[in-house]
Design a protein around this ligand. Structure first.
Ligand SMILES: O=C(O)CCC(=O)C(=O)O
Ligand SMILES: [Fe+2]
Length: 309
């Protein structure tokens, strides 16, 4: 049952199938489009807030334009700060396994190197391998609640610097080509943004842990100690009880609340082809439990690499 009961009137309870106790539900018998009634959109938003990630099978009718029209019923497009959108769309990016840098096999929240990073992502499975290639999401609200109260109080006070100038060289499964591509394309402009480690969710008021792969360091804490703290908090986010794993079929759609989750695309499908396309909805600037907003401290275009004669 949903918190307000709104979804019960519009989406029958029998069509909401929970996939794990703490996160994830599949919504059945709905055809996604940009033309769904307002009430249905509100019910989907409510199910999203409650379940953090929701799944829809059999959405093979969607093309890029319709996928984006559906996503934009929840807000305005979030254009990726350094990657171009697919032609004819405002926000859709494609991750194609044959292209360098398309395997998101790290726990992350999307786009946290800027202050108002995306609030919602809508991901469509376009080409799926016969085995492997699942995606896993974690609930960063229950991860916070799992912390012992003294650790919650510690997290409440911490701030972290997030950047896209990530050290791609440390990625365990990326090829040299992947690393070079990521370094060149993803970091055309370098951002550094300070976010509270505990973000108050703007719609639910829940406390969420805001960390993930783009964290560079904690403000005011030496790197060595910071790494241990990061590992401690992050280990609660990736605890299996806080996660749900989706085994994709082509035409599936996964929609997540990027303010209350992290995700990880499992890189276990070898050379098989896998393509997903993602529409993203712009998000609010995070606010800490004492009302302070995130700030982008640095935004600089990277010098082009010198020509080698
Ligand atoms: O490939 C996936 O399943 C997820 C990729 C990802 O991290 C994203 O779309 O934000
Ligand atoms: Fe992602």
């Amino acid at each position: 049952m949903s918190a307000t009961g709104l979804s019960d009137n519009v989406i029958p309870r029998a069509d909401i199938v929970k996939r794990a106790a703490r996160i994830g539900a599949e919504i059945r018998n709905i055809k996604l489009s940009g033309d769904l009634p307002d009430q249905t959109i509100a019910a989907i938003n409510e199910l999203l807030l409650e379940n953090k990630v929701i799944f829809f099978r059999d959405q093979g009718h969607l093309d890029d334009a319709e996928q984006e029209r559906f996503a934009l019923r929840f807000g305005s497009p979030a254009c990726h700060p350094t990657l171009g959108a697919i032609k004819g769309t405002a926000s859709i990016i494609e991750l194609d396994s044959v292209r360098a840098g398309s395997r998101a096999d790290l726990w992350h929240t999307d786009g946290t190197f800027v202050d108002g990073y995306p609030k919602i992502a809508v991901l469509r499975g376009v080409v799926m391998p016969p085995f492997g290639g699942d995606t896993v999401w974690s609930n960063t609200v229950t991860a916070y609640l799992d912390l012992a109260p003294p650790l919650q109080r510690l997290a409440d006070k911490l701030w972290a610097v997030h950047s896209n100038a990530f050290d791609y060289a440390i990625m365990p499964r990326a090829s040299e080509l992947d690393k070079k591509h990521l370094d060149e394309v993803f970091t055309k402009t370098i951002y550094q943004t300070e976010h509270p480690v505990v973000r108050v969710h703007p719609e639910t008021g829940e406390r969420t842990l805001l960390l993930g792969a783009l964290v560079q360091r904690f403000v005011g804490i030496p790197k060595y100690d910071g790494q241990k703290l990061f590992d401690l908090f992050q280990s609660h986010i990736t605890a299996l009880e806080n996660t749900v794993r989706w085994s994709w079929k082509e035409g599936d759609v996964a929609m997540w609340d990027n303010r209350a989750t992290q995700h990880y695309a499992v890189n276990d499908y070898g050379d098989q082809h896998r393509v997903v396309r993602r529409a993203t909805v712009a998000g609010e600037v995070p606010v800490s439990i004492d009302g302070q907003s995130s700030v982008t401290r640095i935004k600089t275009a990277k010098e082009p690499a010198p020509e080698v004669a």
